[in-house]
Design a protein around this ligand. Sequence first.
Ligand SMILES: [Zn+2]
Length: 332
Amino acid sequence: MKLLQEIVGHRQSVKILKKAVSSGRVAHAYLFAGPEGVGKETTAMSFARALLCSLSEDGDACGVCRECRLFSSGAHPDFCLVEPAGSSIKIEQVREIQRRVPYCSYQGGRKVFLIRQAELMTAEAANCILKTLEEPPLDTVFILLSARPQILLPTILSRCQAIYFKAMSMPDLIRGLVNLKGMPEEEARLYAALSGGSMGRALSYASGSLMADRDGVNALSGLLWHGGPLDAVEMADKVSESKQKAFFTLDTLACWYRDLMLWRETGETGGLFNTDRVDMIKMEAARYDTDRILAIIEEIAATKRKIEVNANTRLALETLFLRLCGGSGQQY
Ligand SMILES: [Zn+2]
């Protein structure tokens, strides 16, 4: 488990949190808002441990005291993680929290409740937790995580100190991957580029088998170019098996088109992500003008956003692929 000071990126957020711990001026409720996979939960866990640590120094956990060890083993009695049961966080789950809140902490310090995907609270559950946030009990800290804070009740938002997590920068991602995985920088650059600013996603690509599919995804642009609507629908069907596969495909495609554009504009291979596919990039780049490539990259990003807010993955991909297909028969 990471210390706050070991969190990659998010310097400003980490600074605010460490300051809160070291000064003892801790809010009753925090909202960690930002896209999936950028590090909200990792940071929240480190923050929670720092809040519970009995020997915290400079606003960070010591990592060795009894509290820290209990926390790291997942057994700290004053820490409670709440996550959606099925598709929502139900009122019974919030009532369970409320039952625990009035009691003293087991270890005599704070109590910390971490709520994952807080936007999935049902209206009843949200109204119920609001009561607790309105009369915050002493030494109790709520941390709400959400990729879609805009759909939380405004009354809940106003009770929380918001900490924003942005997509991570390429240099931060590359540094993080090199440090965490010990991979060469060249390789880290590709994963970082594919991750869409999410360290979680970069790590899952780096440790999963999806990368073997990269060639298949890179070939998609060519297949769509030569194919017709029925091919587009068939490809969307294959890619929409899982959200993870859909995101991987969209991120990989966006990188591919970005390489096509870079080659068109500069005629140089130095900044390409897919350095092992230069010949294909040169060939495909000749098919498009820069405006068309930019429009495609924008459409891919829009499709990703739609899927992130729970649009039907298959329909969103079909729409995109139908727009991209049949280029060989058209003039751009
Ligand atoms: Zn400690």
